[in-house]
Design a protein around this ligand. Structure first.
Ligand SMILES: [Zn+2]
Length: 95
């Protein structure tokens, strides 16, 4: 008995005899879903990065008030945190 090879769609489980048929099916039926998935994943990743960046600004600001720093060092940290905050604002505006 000959076993027929089939190609299963990983999105809906439908089976096809030829890979080209499966590819066509995925392209026509699931392309949009795939795009959406990617977009959602990117949004989650972006939000995580923004949270980490906000945390980093908090750390810099905490260092800035440390009594061991010279005025010059405090100024540098202030500039850095302002620059990062500026970036964050422009990222959040572009969303
Ligand atoms: Zn499918």
């Amino acid at each position: 008995m000959e076993e027929k090879k089939s190609y299963k769609c990983k999105y809906c489980g439908e089976e096809y005899e030829k890979p080209i048929l499966l590819a066509h099916h995925v392209r026509s039926k699931h392309k949009r879903a795939k795009k959406k998935e990617k977009k959602a994943a990117a949004a989650v990743m972006g939000a995580e990065q923004i949270n980490k960046t906000i945390e980093a600004v908090g750390i810099i600001k905490g260092l800035q008030v440390s009594p061991n720093l010279s005025e010059e060092e405090k100024k540098i940290l202030g500039d850095v945190s302002k620059r990062i905050e500026g970036l964050l604002v422009s990222i959040q505006k572009s969303k």
